[in-house]
Ligand binder design. Structure first.
Ligand code: ZN
Length: 299
C-alpha cells in the first residue's frame, strides 16, 4: 500500500476498539490449594508460604479447560466478528505476540473469580517477518468479589501468511539390508530379493527368508506390471511435502510381491482396486530424490 492511501479494512476494524471481548465470565473453580500445589510442582515454583496463589497463575483461574466451558467463558460475539472480518480479508493466521499482567490484589483459596475483557486496541496494518496483518490487544480484568485482583493484557497478530517454503519429502533410510534396492532404483530397476535356497521372492528387502530362514539371496528385476491390491486416500493429517488428498496404494507386482507406492497419472478419487498400473521412476525435488511409482494404465 502506498503512503496516504486509506486502509479500508483498518477503518472497519477500529470500530471494535473499546467493545467487549468477554463479559461476565466466571472462573471454573474457586482459587484452591490443590491447583496451587499442582501448578507449583509443574512449574518448579515454590508454594507461597502465606497460602496465596502465585501471581503468575492468574490465567489458570479464567481458562475454560480442555473440554471448553462455553457457558461461562463470557466470550462475546463481537470478538468473534472481529476475528471473522480478518479471516474474510485473508488474515487467517494468528500468533500470540506478548502478554502483560498486573496483580493489584493477591488471590487466596476460596476466592471466586469473575472476569470481563475488552478489545483495547487494533493496530494499523503492519508488515512483519511472518506476513502482513493487524495486532489486536485485549485487556482482561479479573475480579475476586468486587475487587480487581489481576489485569491481563494479551496481544495477537492476525495476519496473512507468506506461506511456508516447500518442505522436502522424507528421505529413504538406506542401510546394509536395503542398499541393493536403492542401487537398483538409481539404475531404474526395481529389484526383488530371491532366496537362493528355496527361490521364494520377498519384498520389502529383508536380511533373511521368511519361508526357509535362508540368508543367501540374489535378485530378480520386476517387469514393472502390477495391479492396485488396495489403497487409501490421505486427507488428514497434513504432512510436510505432501499435498492432500492423495492416494497411497499397495501394488501387487506381476511377480507376486507387493509394494507400497504412489499412483501417478490418475486423480486420487479415480484409483480403484484391481486397476492395472505400470512402473515408472519419478524424480522429485530438483533431482535429489528418485522413487519408483506406478502410473495408472487403461485396462
Ligand atoms: Zn527361502
Amino acid at each position: 500500500m502506498s503512503g496516504g492511501e486509506r486502509d479500508e479494512l483498518y477503518e472497519r476494524l477500529r470500530v471494535y476498539e473499546g467493545q467487549p471481548a468477554a463479559t461476565a465470565g466466571v472462573g471454573r473453580d474457586p482459587v484452591n490449594e490443590p491447583m496451587i500445589r499442582h501448578w507449583c510442582e509443574a512449574m518448579g515454583h515454590p508454594v507461597p508460604p502465606d497460602g496465596s496463589a502465585p501471581q503468575t497463575m492468574l490465567q489458570v483461574w479464567t481458562m475454560g479447560g480442555l473440554a471448553g466451558h462455553p457457558a461461562d467463558s463470557g466470550r462475546s460475539d463481537t470478538y468473534d466478528a472481529l476475528l471473522g472480518a480478518l479471516d474474510a480479508a485473508g488474515c487467517t493466521s494468528v500468533v500470540a505476540t506478548d502478554c502483560e499482567q498486573e496483580y493489584p490484589r493477591a488471590l487466596r483459596p476460596g476466592d471466586r473469580i469473575t472476569f470481563d475483557a475488552v478489545i483495547e486496541s487494533v493496530s494499523t496494518r503492519k508488515a512483519t517477518k511472518l506476513g502482513t496483518g493487524y495486532f489486536i490487544t485485549t485487556r482482561m480484568d479479573v475480579r475476586a468479589g468486587d475487587q480487581l485482583a489481576g489485569r491481563h493484557r494479551f496481544r495477537i497478530l492476525k495476519y496473512k501468511g507468506r506461506g511456508r517454503p516447500k518442505e522436502k519429502r522424507p528421505r529413504p533410510v538406506v542401510n546394509r539390508d536395503n542398499a541393493g534396492f536403492w542401487a537398483g532404483v538409481a539404475e531404474h530397476r526395481l529389484l526383488i530379493q530371491r532366496c537362493t535356497r528355496c527361490a521364494t521372492l520377498r519384498f520389502p528387502w529383508l536380511p533373511g527368508c521368511n519361508a526357509c530362514g535362508g540368508q543367501e539371496w540374489d535378485t530378480v528385476e520386476a517387469a514393472g506390471h502390477g495391479t492396485v491390491y488396495s489403497y487409501v486416500v490421505m486427507h488428514h493429517p497434513p504432512f510436510p511435502a505432501f499435498d492432500p488428498p492423495y492416494a497411497v496404494a499397495l501394488i501387487e507386482l506381476a511377480e507376486g510381491v507387493r509394494i507400497i507406492s504412489n499412483i501417478t497419472g490418475v486423480p486420487y478419487d479415480k484409483v480403484r482396486i484391481g486397476m492395472p498400473v505400470q512402473l515408472e521412476f519419478l524424480r522429485v525435488e530438483d533431482e535429489e530424490l528418485e522413487l519408483p511409482v506406478f502410473r495408472g494404465v487403461d485396462a
